[in-house]
Design a protein around this ligand. Structure first.
Ligand code: PHE
Length: 447
């Protein structure tokens, strides 16, 4: 169904900040640092950058083009360009949104709790035990639900009044907090060793398929690609936007924040001699950031309390703007498909997602499985199908992307979408599928 009274961003900057707000999130700190630690440091980062440039950027421009051109939510946008047979791909996007937000909000809940407790009582020195309390059980469920209510409140206020306003205020604030933290970290004794670790490349990992697989998953997760998020935000754009520039802006900002986050985390850990606790962690990799960093904050006493609260606050804000974008995919799709009013769609969708997140809140191994299915496999699969769709099904995508102007590089974009992205993404999707399957089996086999 077409919605003539479709909402719009009030200004271009609103869209840019909202898209950057979607991309910059827990992925840049929590996921990036645990993936980097698991995958041999800088080699992983290098592969991540290469995959972002070769595949991430082209898929992002594809989403921007479809969203703006159709001015509809994903399911309708795909049907608009490709006919009703493509609707299921849109449904896959909505499913990914459900799965990702369900556990994303659990981690955001931990973050929020650390920020609140740090502010009120300081950071506990019994970090391992404390994380155990925070990350499992009904307390975690309560914080997860609290975070969902916050997300719901913003999305319910609409594109301009909620999403855009949140981005305009929170994103600049986030930038200041993160840069401030990096400057502080640089003043610590031992920061140099942290940088050295961060920038040392183990080139042998470059040829390792497992590392490439995780780098592809991380690139899609971090850029919010492969599930119609960027498409949905672009559907509220007016026609005269420079899409290639927007894609670059989002990718560069996202990568900068991930890089700067590393400049905060690694010096902190090395200055306090805690590096061995992140590097080489086995099962608990998912929680590494949430155990080791609070330990650093606790060790640093008064200064640590301030730095810790600022860090956790920054992380919570980053998570909020990303969660908003995840929920918006579900909401805009149900508004367009079922003719629901925004408020009803938000509460219904938000409630269902909160329910789905309960198992992840009760058990981190379930969370890890959800992350590998939703946060990696479904996104890369979505990216594969999107590149095939725009590369082979949509008529004259170059003209759609340019919208009457001309941009250098659009031919290269089309070539990458047709010939480069599909085979690489097919391979990565297959590996990620196997990896998810293995994780599910391990989960079922554990008592
Ligand atoms: N990009 C977000 C982050 O890095 C997560 C996200 C994934 C948001 C997919 C929207 C869609 O935290």
């Amino acid at each position: 169904m077409n919605t003539p009274e479709r909402e719009h961003w009030s200004r271009g900057l609103g869209f840019t900040l909202a898209a950057v707000g979607s991309a910059v999130g827990l992925g840049n700190m929590w996921r990036f640092s645990y993936m980097t630690a698991e995958n041999g440091g800088a080699a992983f980062v290098l592969l991540y950058v290469v995959l972002t440039a070769l595949i991430g950027l082209p898929v992002m421009l594809a989403e921007l083009t479809l969203g703006r051109g159709a001015a509809r939510s994903p399911i309708q946008a795909l049907a608009h360009y490709g006919g009703p047979r493509w609707r299921p791909l849109g449904a896959l996007f909505v499913l990914a949104g459900f799965v990702i937000l369900s556990y994303y909000s659990v981690i955001a809940g931990w973050t929020l709790r650390y920020a609140a407790e740090g502010l009120l009582f300081g950071f506990s020195t019994e970090v391992g035990a404390h994380f155990g309390e925070i990350s499992r059980g009904w307390d975690a469920v309560a914080w997860h639900c609290g975070f969902m209510v916050l997300t719901i409140a913003f999305v319910a206020a609409g594109v301009r009044g909620g999403i855009e306003r949140a981005a305009l205020v929170l994103m600049p604030l986030l930038g200041v907090l993160v840069i401030g933290l990096a400057i502080y970290a640089a003043t610590l004794d031992g920061a140099g060793a942290g940088y050295a670790y961060y920038f040392t490349t183990d080139f042998s990992s470059l040829l390792n398929f497992d590392v490439a697989r995780d780098a592809a998953g991380q690139a899609f997760f971090s850029l919010s690609l492969g599930m119609g998020c960027i498409l949905t935000y672009a559907s509220y754009l007016k026609r005269d936007h420079n899409l290639p520039k927007e894609a670059m802006m989002v990718a560069v900002s996202d990568f900068s924040v991930a890089l700067i986050a590393g400049l905060v985390v690694f010096p902190l850990l090395f200055a306090l001699g805690l590096q061995s606790e992140v590097i080489g962690v086995g099962d608990s990799a998912v929680g590494a950031l949430f155990v080791t960093l609070p330990k650093a904050f606790a060790t640093m006493q008064a200064a640590g309390r301030v730095v810790g609260v600022v860090f956790m606050l920054a992380l919570s804000l980053a998570a909020l703007t990303s969660a908003i974008s995840l929920l918006e995919v579900v909401v805009s799709s149900s508004m367009d498909s079922f003719g629901l009013r925004r408020k009803h769609a938000v509460w219904l969708g938000g409630f269902a997602i909160a329910l789905l997140g309960i198992p992840s809140a009760l058990d981190t191994s379930i969370l890890e499985v959800m992350d590998s299915i939703g946060g990696a496999f479904l996104l890369v699969l979505g990216g594969l199908l999107l590149s095939l769709f725009v590369g082979w099904r949509v008529e004259n995508p170059i003209a759609e992307a340019a919208a009457g102007r001309s941009y250098p590089g659009l031919r290269l974009w089309y070539f990458l979408l047709r010939w480069v992205a599909p085979p690489i993404l097919a391979l990565m999707a297959w590996f990620l599928f196997e990896d998810s399957l293995e994780k599910v089996r391990a989960l079922l086999a554990s008592p």
